[in-house]
Ligand binder design. Structure first.
Ligand code: SF4
Ligand code: SF4
Length: 190
């Protein structure tokens, strides 16, 4: 009999509990403090409290294809206020990784493309020149939006808030940065 994805990879809550920061997910008492603290909860498909309940209920696909984790602003309010010391922010980032790894990311988020464009630039030229980075990002996602952003880009350039010249990392810094990205990839990151 063919094994299901959940049998191959384990339950979602089991996977989360094995990642650093996710160990205490089963201790959630569903108090809702995280959702009440979250500045982006009203834009999420499922609030942080509900996302944890769904993960524990085995709703893998619904959790991983939602937009919730992609709207996490890493403000850590939920994490510092959780009465059970659950690291919800870390869980949000772990869900991003699982979502990309299983190729079920919400079509409404462009963040995975931005992450990938960023690491591709660092790998290929050892820096992230802002104008080229943004041009590539918009070409990959929404070329028409790139046209609309031209006035803002021009304003940023003329006010010195963005530089055409790429600021290269020093060789040792570049080596270390690539090592971090390699390790992230090895651990299942984007
Ligand atoms: S604040 Fe902590 S215990 Fe309360 S619902 Fe959120 S994760 Fe669960
Ligand atoms: S860290 Fe993320 S999930 Fe937690 S309150 Fe901030 S935005 Fe919401």
């Amino acid at each position: 009999m063919e094994a299901t994805k959940a049998q191959v990879t384990g339950t979602l809550v089991g996977e989360i509990s094995r990642i650093p920061g996710g160990e205490r997910i089963r201790l959630c008492i569903q108090c809702g403090t995280c959702s009440a603290s979250c500045p982006n909860a009203n834009r999420m498909d499922h609030t942080p409290r509900k996302l944890i309940a769904m993960a524990r209920a085995g709703m893998r696909e619904e959790v991983l294809s939602s937009n919730s984790m992609w709207l996490c602003a890493s403000c850590y309010l939920c994490t510092v206020r959780c009465p059970r010391e659950i690291k919800i922010t870390d869980i949000m980032h772990a869900l991003e990784c699982l979502s990309v790894r299983e190729n079920v990311s919400s079509a409404r988020t462009l963040t995975p493309t931005m992450y990938r464009s960023f690491s591709d630039f660092v790998y290929s030229i050892g820096s992230v020149p802002e104008p080229s980075f943004m041009i590539l990002f918009y070409l990959l996602t929404n070329p028409l939006r790139a046209m609309r952003m031209i006035p803002m880009a021009f304003s940023l350039l003329t006010h010195g808030r963005m530089s055409i010249k790429a600021r290269r990392l020093k060789p040792e810094a570049e080596r270390q940065f690539k090592a971090i990205l390699d390790k992230a990839e090895e651990l299942g990151g984007i």
